[in-house]
Design a protein. Structure first.
Length: 143
């Protein structure tokens, strides 16, 4: 998206600088080109997120279904072109898991809550991991 804009900008900057070449015009041209590239990259990232939002949401829902084993999408979403396109590009084992989940058809319970493991079970009272100082392991030596 930035290439046509940069081409026009370079042609205009060559015409403005004239026949004389000095370091000031070179620095100015470089700065202007750098600014245009940075603005175009930022816009491209934003456009990518906006345009692909439905695909990202569908991927998130598909990953949730695969992780929990519950169905959260309706049948009309499953028959959409985007769903089929994404499904074809997943590994065969993932596709088989999704088909089993769909065939089972267990909906997400109303009182479902995310259960997280105890991430601090290995810490002592001070919040530090205890490292036991013991004898070093014997080196393996062939006879």
């Amino acid at each position: 998206t930035a290439v046509p804009l940069l081409l026009i900008l370079i042609i205009l900057l060559q015409g403005m600088s004239g026949p004389s070449f000095n370091i000031g015009t070179l620095c100015l041209n470089t700065l202007i080109i750098l600014i245009v590239i940075m603005v175009c990259m930022r816009n491209a990232k934003r456009w990518f997120q906006i345009i692909n939002r439905p695909a990202f949401n569908l991927l998130r829902a598909m990953n949730f279904e695969a992780a929990t084993g519950y169905t959260v999408m309706t049948e009309d979403i499953r028959t959409s072109v985007l769903y089929m396109y994404i499904m074809q590009r997943k590994p065969t084992s993932w596709q088989e898991r999704m088909l089993k989940i769909i065939d089972k058809g267990t909906p997400l319970p109303k009182n479902w809550r995310l259960r997280l493991p105890d991430f601090e079970s290995h810490l002592n009272d001070d919040g530090v991991v205890e490292i036991e100082e013991g004898p070093l392991l014997q080196a393996y030596e062939e006879e």
